[in-house]
Design a protein around this ligand. Structure first.
Ligand code: BGC
Length: 753
């Protein structure tokens, strides 16, 4: 391809405008006369959804078969950046084989509530976890010459009326929670595209939102790639182009090409704006079509990789009396109950739904493991619909009673987890709850395997069940992975990427779950997920970061030291059990003395390590100033305050094993004074204090009620502006001057010094 400059010079305005919209559902336009090829983009987030024709949305039918990996919430629970990189590479290779130049993923929106219809597509409720996993995935994918599209930018956290709803989010919450994962990925992995969302953000569609696309994404984060619209998310094309929305999808959108040309001709749009977007799209085409040196030859066993990914994602939630793993040498009969044992749920619905190349079935995989040694019997357990079928329940219970152990496969029904609608409940269907109750009453050796892409409320039944495995929606390899975990062929190592509350109403967004008349206020602010449960001192059913293992790990020797701009943290983890296993070491930072409200603690690092029995490993983290900072809306920047912090490391957000208190020096916050600066502001800055003290000395000479700076004075008047102290006590002094004049002189003096 010629240089971008040359291409822009030889293309007509009409051609450049046309380039800014797709050719059809899945392609950009090619311009043979200029040597610009068309590129192809397909979903999605847990595998490739390539339609049979580029003219079709194909969102409800079958598409071209491709490997179906664990969905976002599942893979988020792997906490394994190496795995995410490996998956990225594999999808890049499979993508190239299938003619994909751009993959429409990963999805990294935060989980504000467990009812989000697309929660299954998203990694986590925490921006550090989502950002790190997303960056690893994008790097892997793009190393193979296939571009990523990080989506949905931003604040598309529900499906309900998303196209007509404005997410109303304050700036600090936006930066710290909802944009932070995007920022990490943009800065660490440079995704070739970012996909805007459908919704409005603080009153403006994200597809035309200057503040979001220009000020933050481009100016602050330095993003130079292409911003692409979600499918039909463009509304006002001219405004969108100005804000930095480069590529409209789907195309051809002739009407908008015409509108762009006319706007330039009428002087309403600068042609340079069209050139800017056209140039970015040309660069994208160049990157995705020019051969990549790093691109690996295809020798990957995709299905094996899908199994491996599933194993890493599945979470062992409960294991009382070490009911798991099952020992096929000690049991003679297993009752397998529940339709999902034979027809597993492996993914959610909507644009992310992949047509798998094959599917491992838990029942078959369990049978393969036990062979003839153990008898396996099956009951379907519950009907297809919501009916409560007492006979099925009784038959299942009787079958369970006849066996040594019962394994129940339950979960959210297939149709509830999908793009385009939210969930109504996070409880299992009533027929499944009754089934669990009936089986556990008769068979105490009971294991429940749950499938869902979002948090589940388990309070009606979990206390009766000794073993619970949350299998998420773990793709085409999930059947083998579940069977391997049940029988201890592998050691579970997934950790929850989102909090499982006791009940839905515990969730902080519960009071404002859907919004009203087009406005959805994120009034819980920073406090989503564990940030809320921690601060509220509310026990979840299973906390963020929780996940058991068949072995045990001991933590020791935590050290934290500030070295220049970094804080260096190290500790030792040892496998103290008898089985090899993986532990996810989680590092949280707690600000002890911030002036403003902050979450109790926030995840700032994690590492998944593999240890043989008796093996020890040193784990090291390097934290940066930003890891200690909050977003200060006064200065519109991230501020880390000098002071004491705690470094807390542990095995989950509620299982902190070691803490270290550390003083961090991040320098003095830049201080400036204004008319209403408080007494405390003046007193806390040494130079300003002297100025204020001198002022009071002068004032005291002229007034009867003396103002003395002592503990009582500061305790009472500390948060009152100095101006008002002068106004209150200095009336007989202020003959020729006003309180404002005095403060202005004090500020001028401070600035002179
Ligand atoms: C979804 C996107 C998806 C696009 C193309 C939209 O409905 O929101 O995530 O990439 O369709 O299928």
């Amino acid at each position: 391809m010629k240089s971008t400059k040359e291409l822009l010079a030889e293309m007509t305005l009409e051609e450049k405008a046309a380039l800014c919209a797709g050719l059809n559902m899945w392609m950009t336009k090619g311009f043979e006369q200029h040597g610009i090829p068309a590129i192809h983009m397909y979903d999605g987030t847990n595998g490739i959804r390539k339609t049979n024709s580029d003219e079709e949305m194909g969102v409800t039918g079958e598409n071209i078969p491709a490997t179906c990996y664990p969905t976002g919430s599942a893979i988020g629970s792997s906490w394994n950046t190496d795995l995410l990189h490996e998956l990225g590479v594999a999808l890049g290779i499979e993508g190239r084989e299938m003619g994909v130049e751009l993959l429409l993923g990963p999805g990294i929106n935060m989980k504000r509530t467990p009812l989000g219809g697309r929660n299954f597509e998203y990694y986590s409720e925490d921006p550090c976890l989502s950002g790190e996993l997303g960056a690893a995935f994008v790097k892997g994918l793009q190393s193979q010459g296939v571009g990523a599209s990080v989506k949905h930018f931003a604040c598309n956290n529900q499906e309900f009326e998303k196209i007509v709803t404005s997410s109303e989010v304050d700036e600090r919450t936006l930066r710290e929670i909802y944009l932070s994962a995007f920022e990490r990925i943009v800065k660490k992995a440079d995704p070739w595209t970012v996909m805007c969302s459908y919704n409005l953000l603080n009153g403006t569609y994200t597809s035309e939102n200057e503040h979001l696309l220009n000020d933050i994404l481009r100016e602050e984060w330095g993003y130079e790639g292409v911003v692409i619209s979600d499918w039909t998310a463009v509304n006002d094309r001219i405004r969108g182009l100005g804000a930095g929305l480069d590529l409209e999808m789907p195309g051809p959108a002739y009407y908008n090409t015409k509108a762009i040309v006319e706007a330039v001709q009428d002087g309403k749009l600068d042609e340079a704006v069209v050139d800017r977007s056209a140039a970015r799209i040309i660069e994208l085409v160049r990157k995705t079509t020019e051969p990549k040196a790093e691109a690996a030859a295809s020798s990957i066993d995709y299905h094996e990789l899908a199994r491996k990914a599933a194993v890493e994602s599945i979470v062992l939630l409960k294991n009382d009396n070490r009911i798991l793993p099952l020992d096929s040498g000690k049991i003679s009969k297993v009752a397998v109950i529940g339709k999902f044992a034979k027809q597993p749920r492996i993914q959610g619905a909507g644009s992310a739904k992949v047509t798998p190349t094959r599917v491992d079935v838990p029942w078959d995989e369990m049978k393969n493991i036990v062979g003839d040694k153990v008898e396996m019997v099956y009951a379907e357990g519950y009907p297809q619909d919501d009916r409560i079928d007492e006979q099925m329940i009784q038959e299942s219970a009787a079958l369970a009673a006849s066996a040594d152990v019962a394994v129940l496969f339950v979960g959210q029904p297939e149709y509830v987890e999908s793009e385009m609608h939210d969930l109504d409940t996070i409880e299992l269907p009533l027929h499944q709850q009754k089934l669990i109750k009936a089986v556990t009453e008769i068979q105490p050796h009971c294991i429940v395997v749950t499938s869902s892409g979002s948090a589940l409320a388990m309070h009606p039944w979990v206390q009766y069940v000794p073993g619970v495995i949350h299998s998420w929606l773990t793709g085409q390899g999930s059947g083998r992975a579940i069977a391997d975990i049940l029988f201890g062929r592998v050691n579970p190592s997934g950790k929850l990427s989102e909090t499982f509350p006791v009940k839905l109403s515990d969730n902080p967004a519960h009071m404002r779950i859907r919004g009203e008349n087009g406005k959805l206020y994120y009034r819980e602010g920073l406090f989503i997920g564990y940030r809320y449960y921690d601060r509220k001192e509310l026990a979840p059913q299973f906390p963020f970061g929780h996940g058991l293992s068949y072995t045990t790990f001991a933590y020791s020797d935590l050290k934290a030291v500030q070295q220049g701009e970094k804080v260096h943290v190290s500790l030792t983890v040892e496998n103290t059990g008898t089985m090899s296993g993986k532990e996810v070491v989680q590092l949280y930072v707690q600000d002890e003395e911030c002036k403003w409200v902050r979450p109790e603690k926030e995840l700032k690092g994690f590492a998944k390590i593999a240890l043989a029995p008796g093996e020890k490993q040193e784990v090291v983290f390097e934290l940066e100033e930003r890891d200690f900072a909050y977003y200060n809306t006064k200065y519109n920047k991230w501020v880390a305050e000098t002071g004491y912090f705690q470094i807390a490391v542990g095995s989950s957000s509620r299982d902190i094993r070691l803490r270290e208190r550390i003083f961090c020096d991040f320098g003095q916050e830049p201080i400036s004074f204004h008319k209403f600066s408080l007494v405390n502001d003046w007193l806390n800055e040494p130079k300003a204090r002297v100025i204020f003290e001198n002022c009071l000395k002068e004032m005291n000479k002229h007034v009867t009620e003396q103002v003395v700076i002592d503990e009582e004075f500061v305790g009472f008047w500390g948060d009152f502006p100095a101006l008002k102290i002068i106004q209150m006590f200095g009336q007989s002094w202020l003959v020729d001057r006003s309180p404002d004049d005095v403060i202005e002189e004090m500020i001028a003096e401070f600035e002179r010094q």
